[in-house]
Write a protein that binds this ligand. Structure first.
Ligand SMILES: Cc1cc2nc3c(=O)[nH]c(=O)nc-3n(C[C@H](O)[C@H](O)[C@H](O)COP(=O)(O)O)c2cc1C
Length: 190
């Protein structure tokens, strides 16, 4: 099983990266392959809301902007599941996560039943990495839940959400183990 681990913090040695590393450990422990994507290392522009806001992406299933987005977008079709880790910024996902997922949602939200969706029906783990207070961890995870619901064409009965995990600077000593365990179970299909 190939799992894409997406991290989205500017901090190369912070909690977000530790969560990504824990997920990788769990995936490899289950003999899976971790495809690591660090959004802040990539050049991903903001959505331009083409075509009066409707976008050409919905019809064409791809974005016409010329940057690193399409490479990762196409890669999402080649993996079997996702672990997405964001730092909690102002009770929400980071800018790099929002920018990437704004565009992914546009490309992968078509309701046309004849169109294949690269994300739909694949399991995903959402991880919010917060500060000491943990304020906003829940609302950040809630926004991630809404995002994946859209990426699953609002098919809430069949959405394959696997886990939602809030990690804070205070609980990291045991929650990193939870991220690893969750990724391991996802790979093993438990
Ligand atoms: C702009 C900004 C906003 C933040 N907002 C929150 C917040 O709403 N709640 C919280 O618990 N921590 C907040 N934090 C703290 C980060 O979530 C925390 O430092 C986390 O570890 C960041 O991830 P990193 O270690 O990968 O950098 C904020 C940090 C920054 C820089």
């Amino acid at each position: 099983m190939k799992i894409m681990v997406i991290t989205s913090s500017p901090n190369k040695e912070g909690l977000t990266e530790s969560c990504g590393a824990a997920a990788k450990k769990g995936i490899e422990e289950g003999n899976g392959e971790a495809v690591m994507v660090r959004l802040n290392d990539l050049n991903i522009l903001s959505c331009q809301a083409c075509d009066q806001g409707w976008g050409t992406c919905l019809q064409e299933d791809k974005c016409k902007l010329n940057d690193d987005f399409e490479k990762i977008h196409q890669l999402t079709g080649e993996v079997d599941g996702f672990v997405v880790v964001t730092p909690v910024y102002w009770w929400d996902m980071s800018e790099s996560a929002k920018t990437f997922f704004d565009r992914l949602r546009r490309c992968e939200s078509s309701f046309d039943p004849n169109k294949t969706n690269k994300i739909q029906n694949k399991p995903f783990i959402c991880v919010a990495a917060a500060g000491g207070t943990g304020n906003g961890t829940i609302s950040c995870l809630s926004n991630m839940e809404k995002l994946f619901l859209h990426l699953n064409k609002l098919d809430y009965k069949n959405i394959t959400n696997f886990d939602y995990i809030g990690v804070t600077q205070r609980n990291r000593s045991y929650m990193l183990d939870a991220v690893q365990a969750s990724a391991l179970r996802m790979v093993k299909g438990e």
